[in-house]
Design a binder for this molecule. Sequence first.
Ligand SMILES: O=P(O)(O)OC[C@H]1O[C@H](OP(=O)(O)OP(=O)(O)O)[C@H](O)[C@@H]1O
Ligand SMILES: O=c1cc[nH]c(=O)[nH]1
Ligand SMILES: [Mg+2]
Length: 205
Amino acid sequence: MLHVSDHPLIQSELTRLRDRACPGPEFRQRVRRIASLMVPTVTAHLPTRAISCETPLEVTSGVTLQRHLVLAPILRAGIGFLDGFLDLLPDARVAHIGLARNENTLMPEPYYFKAPADLGDSDLIVLDPMLATGGSAIEAIRTLQEAGAKHVSLAVLVASPEGVSAMQDALPEVPVHAAALDRCLNEKGYILPGLGDAGDRLFGT
Ligand SMILES: O=P(O)(O)OC[C@H]1O[C@H](OP(=O)(O)OP(=O)(O)O)[C@H](O)[C@@H]1O
Ligand SMILES: O=c1cc[nH]c(=O)[nH]1
Ligand SMILES: [Mg+2]
């Protein structure tokens, strides 16, 4: 399932982000803001369970999330996307997945993985600003599944049709949430129109 946002606040933030003249500090702030704006839709289908709650006046019924929440940013650029999610989901735990896309082969090369225990009993949201060929997202989700994850979704800023199609072929059960679905990849595997290299723009490299 692919969900692409049509929210006017997300779309206007994203337009500014795409602008090559948007400087690093502003870019970081806007990525954080879009991430927060995406939280309601990305979490809309999390299962809850009934609990009772005592107000100052009486006992009533309410709900709590059924499972722990784990946010799983793909390093590096996913780190820039994480903060806006944590702003609204401060109780979430964090799984770090280090992957670097090889510039020649476009294949993801793993370099780090550290995740909380009990992934099987958690809802996981994998975070990365860019879904290009899809190789990094697929590798990250498979790594989490090998570590026990069962309930996984993916949130990205900009997706390419190629990346969405690769996700649907490899992991059809994983929902994908994107702020935008762009036109295509160029010959170097960059998304068009895209926003350039998200990691470089976030971290000034
Ligand atoms: O869908 P794909 O073709 O795999 O490409 C997308 C990946 O490439 C970028 O990361 P990169 O490997 O450049 O690392 P960085 O975050 O350290 O810049 C981006 O943040 C994704 O993780
Ligand atoms: O367009 C792209 C593709 C991969 N990684 C990026 O940061 N941008
Ligand atoms: Mg990069």
